[in-house]
Design a binder for this molecule. Structure first.
Ligand code: HEM
Ligand code: HEM
Length: 191
């Protein structure tokens, strides 16, 4: 099979991809599981702080990841000798999804940060107060809350589709798509 299947992602990008998956899971869990603690309790307030910490971590990890992400264009550019229209269509869809995931990883934490500021609060990151981006405005806060909720909901769909596609490539199609994003399998790489 042609050489383009053997391209792998760089180690920093692989590391950041899986680290960010973990941090995103913690960001979702910290807010979705908030209800296990009663309203007004210290533990519930702690869950909020963890939601901010994990969410803001996604934001700065994204800034670190972006240059590595921009360097992977060869994975799309490399073409086999004969490329079917189906393969071209598939590559374009994957690329569009990856761009959407980058935009999502930026937009969601920013909306969260703005919504907390609009409520008149600061965002604490491991005890450090982050800059206030906008002044108190409860109407705006309500709108930003809806937007944050909607983008968070969309995340389940985007990440779900992305994950299912990766698993189909690996288990059904049997190609190299997943392996080139895995850290430890270089030696056993399928051709
Ligand atoms: C990847 C990062 C993030 C994810 C996955 C995420 C996800 C979520 C989810 C699922 C909800 C619950 C929505 C609902 O009520 O149904 C939520 C609410 C909330 N998030 Fe985030 N969020 C992220 C980042 C942030 C950041 C960085 C902040 C603030 C600094 C933040 C502040 C909030 C607040 C204040 C709420 C409660 C809003 C409300 O009462 O509806 N989020 N987030
Ligand atoms: C269990 C969950 C996940 C699996 C199995 C998975 C799998 C993969 C695979 C196999 C690739 C390589 C695709 C290709 O080469 O065409 C990839 C790339 C990518 N994934 Fe995931 N992924 C998961 C979760 C996530 C999450 C949560 C995000 C972000 C919200 C994400 C964002 C990306 C992006 C942006 C790329 C393109 C390469 C890059 O710039 O990092 N993935 N993923």
């Amino acid at each position: 099979m042609s050489d383009h299947h053997n391209h792998r992602y760089t180690t920093p990008l692989i590391f950041l991809h899986w680290l960010m998956l973990l941090v995103i899971i913690l960001a979702y869990a910290s807010i979705e599981l908030e209800d296990i603690f009663p309203r007004g309790s210290v533990l519930r307030a702690d869950m909020r702080l963890w939601h901010y910490v994990t969410g803001i971590s996604v934001l700065w990890l994204l800034v670190v990841r972006l240059p590595f992400g921009l360097m992977v264009s060869h994975l799309y550019a490399a073409k086999p000798a004969i490329e079917s229209s189906f393969m071209r269509w598939q590559k374009r869809l994957a690329k569009t999804m990856h761009i959407a995931l980058y935009v999502w990883m930026f937009a969601l934490p920013i909306m969260g940060w703005l919504l907390v500021n609009a409520h008149g609060h600061g965002v604490a990151y491991f005890g450090v107060e982050l800059p206030i981006l906008i002044t108190q405005n409860f109407e705006l806060a309500a709108a930003l809350e809806e937007i944050h909720d909607a983008i968070a909901g969309l995340g389940y769909v985007l990440i779900g589709l992305h994950t299912v596609a990766a698993l189909i490539h690996h288990y059904v199609v049997g190609d190299n798509t997943l392996v080139r994003m895995l850290p430890f399998l270089a030696a056993h790489e399928k051709k």
